[in-house]
Ligand binder design. Structure first.
Ligand code: PMP
Length: 361
């Protein structure tokens, strides 16, 4: 298959913007980018100095991410969070008013938003609320077979907010069924919290597989806004036509490199263990509550609850300074709350609010 045939023809035909830094490396006497000759703000611990544009795709960071995710370097695109990866994919592969994306709600909201902004149609294959929101695999396959407008199929493993995983044999089946028709975008934002191996090793064999990763969750760096698109170079090349010329700021590149340093591996492992321990404690503090009708623990760093009077409970906790996630505009999640795994102190505050709520009922 050739994914270029699935991209918007105007993106393929466009002469991409050639930025100063992409045309010539940032070394030598630099008189090609209308930069200032010296920075005002000095003392940054690395990088070329703030007066210079950063590398469009910083080589060292790309190399480190490629190593972490076990893919070749030309399979990596670094983005401003996975949010940007979702946006780029939608803009490259969906023609406004003609093409469509598949999503399986309840799921992460940005697939729908990116499609809306781009003017792509949204084919929603609903999950089953009676089966802990299990994905309807045959219906996803049927939607792709039936509808030749579909260009992107967004799957999430573990899914937000239900925490369930995409089964690998289903993924394989879908990749084969969608070959030549659509790309399968597997969002692995929470993958480090689950035991299932990443799908990145399938990229080599499947040109229509895209895996999204992020430093926002298990790397504890949501503030960096650093995400990663992993796919074959043909897909990465198309996305590079659309991404801003200098998406990553110099200080962010330096901080991302420090975060991914070998010396941080041990720290990250301890953080993931701590989150697993705290998740156990969170489940214990939620089990057997009178107002909890269902607890969906899932495989990520949050749990989903079905409760009586979700909206009132959300407000009650907020009034006590404990902020949970409600889903006011999501019809299928009206009685649900999502709770992120926090620190022991966060969870003690949560327990106190829930005790008070229970006692007042
Ligand atoms: N994918 C999923 C499934 C998410 O839940 C989130 C954030 N909540 C994102 C992507 C966005 O991540 P980032 O911070 O990398 O933009």
């Amino acid at each position: 298959m050739n994914v270029t045939a699935l991209a918007r023809p105007e993106i393929v035909a466009m002469q991409p913007y050639a930025s100063a830094r992409s045309e010539a490396p940032g070394q030598g006497v630099l008189l090609n980018a209308n930069e200032a000759p010296r920075p005002l703000l000095t003392g940054l611990d690395s990088g070329p100095g703030l007066h210079r544009y950063p590398e469009p795709q910083p080589q060292e960071l790309v190399a480190r991410l490629a190593e972490r995710y076990a893919v070749p370097r030309d399979c990596v695109l670094v983005t401003r969070g996975s949010d940007e990866g979702i946006d780029l994919l939608t803009r490259v592969f969906c023609r406004a008013g003609r093409d469509a994306v598949v999503q399986c709600p309840p799921t992460f909201g940005m697939y729908r938003i990116a499609a809306c902004i781009q003017g792509a149609d949204i084919v929603s294959v609903a999950r089953d609320p009676a089966r802990r929101f299990a994905m309807d695999e045959p219906a996803v396959l049927a939607a792709v077979a039936r509808d030749d407008r579909v260009r992107l199929i967004f799957l999430t493993s573990p899914n937000n907010p239900t925490g369930d995983l995409v089964r690998e044999d289903f993924l394989q089946k879908l990749l084969t069924a969608a070959a030549g028709r659509a790309l399968v975008v597997l969002d692995e934002a929470y993958a480090e919290f689950c035991a299932q191996p990443s799908a990145t090793r399938l990229i080599e064999a499947h040109e229509n597989l895209v895996v999204l990763r992020t430093l926002s969750k298990a790397w504890a760096s949501a503030g960096l806004r650093c995400g990663v698109v992993l796919a074959q170079p043909s897909v990465i090349g198309l996305l590079r036509r659309v991404i801003a010329p200098y998406p990553l700021a110099t200080p962010i590149i330096a901080l991302a490199l420090r975060t991914l340093d070998d010396g941080m591996r041990e720290r990250q492992a301890r953080l993931i263990e701590e989150i697993a321990r705290n998740k156990k404690a969170l489940i214990e503090l939620l089990e057997n509550r009178t107002f909890v009708n269902e607890l969906i623990a899932g495989e990520a760093n949050f749990v989903l609850l079905r409760v009586n009077d979700a909206r009132a409970l959300l407000r009650y906790c907020a009034d006590r300074g404990v902020i949970l996630r409600g889903f006011a505009t999501d019809p299928e999640l009206q009685d649900c709350l999502r709770i992120s795994v926090g620190s022991a102190a966060d969870q003690a505050a949560l327990a106190q609010a829930l005790d008070a709520w229970e006692n007042e009922r």
